[in-house]
Design a protein around this ligand. Sequence first.
Ligand SMILES: CC(C)(COP(=O)(O)OP(=O)(O)OC[C@H]1O[C@@H](n2cnc3c(N)ncnc32)[C@H](O)[C@@H]1OP(=O)(O)O)[C@@H](O)C(=O)NCCC(=O)NCCS
Length: 225
Amino acid sequence: MEALLIVGAGGFGRETAEAVGAVNDDKPTYELLGFLDDNPDAAGTEVDGVPVLGPISSVADHLDAKVIVSTGHPGFYFSRKRIVERLGLPPDRYATLIHPLASVGRSVEVGGGTVLLAGAVATAGVRIGSHVAVMPGAVFTHDDVIGDYATFGSGARLAGRVTVGDGAYIGSGALIRQSLTVGAWALVGLGAVVLEDVPAAEVWVGVPARRLRKVELPADLVVAP
Ligand SMILES: CC(C)(COP(=O)(O)OP(=O)(O)OC[C@H]1O[C@@H](n2cnc3c(N)ncnc32)[C@H](O)[C@@H]1OP(=O)(O)O)[C@@H](O)C(=O)NCCC(=O)NCCS
């Protein structure tokens, strides 16, 4: 059994903890030590029966534990990158968590710190980066390429050869046509049907998807063109 810490005791963190339980039911794999969370009111409490051990900095008290950063509210989906950079851990400290009810093809690559919840599907030749959050039922089809820190709401579906840039947020139930690119840190609203490339750091919504506004990026976030 490998010791594991989940950073962030919010909705996605709790879902990640449930996925850890499902993995363990299948095959005992992780000893979930608890959540780390910077909310001072959370320390010492339990969330869904899992203890909140203390602030994120207390990763330093658990040198042998693997880590998953499970934050990512749609209003602030930059947080995973910020936390990972703040922690400065080597890549091998991050666990990759795949719910036993996710379907991941043998030709699929999944990076460290990435979480695939139940019902997520990645078919053939898909490359999923590091610290990617994949909610239930999101579907990646052949040759999709997903950048680090991207987030997929439940039921988002990508046709083949789609590229999603680092940090992009694809809302629940969004559909993306084949061979398109969604730029880094772009946000695709829930239910959108994307029929053309989405530039970096823009919010697109609707059917067919149209530009709504720019993303207000934190000043310290570097966006590749
Ligand atoms: C796209 C999004 C970020 C926009 O949020 P916002 O900037 O606060 O925008 P508002 O709610 O003020 O809406 C602005 C306009 O866009 C429209 N709009 C917002 N989201 C929309 C969507 N998903 N589809 C179509 N239109 C949308 C609103 O109706 C409104 O139109 P109006 O100006 O004609 O009245 C948000 O609606 C969204 O879809 N978030 C993704 C949530 C998600 O998928 N969560 C899953 C995991 S938790």
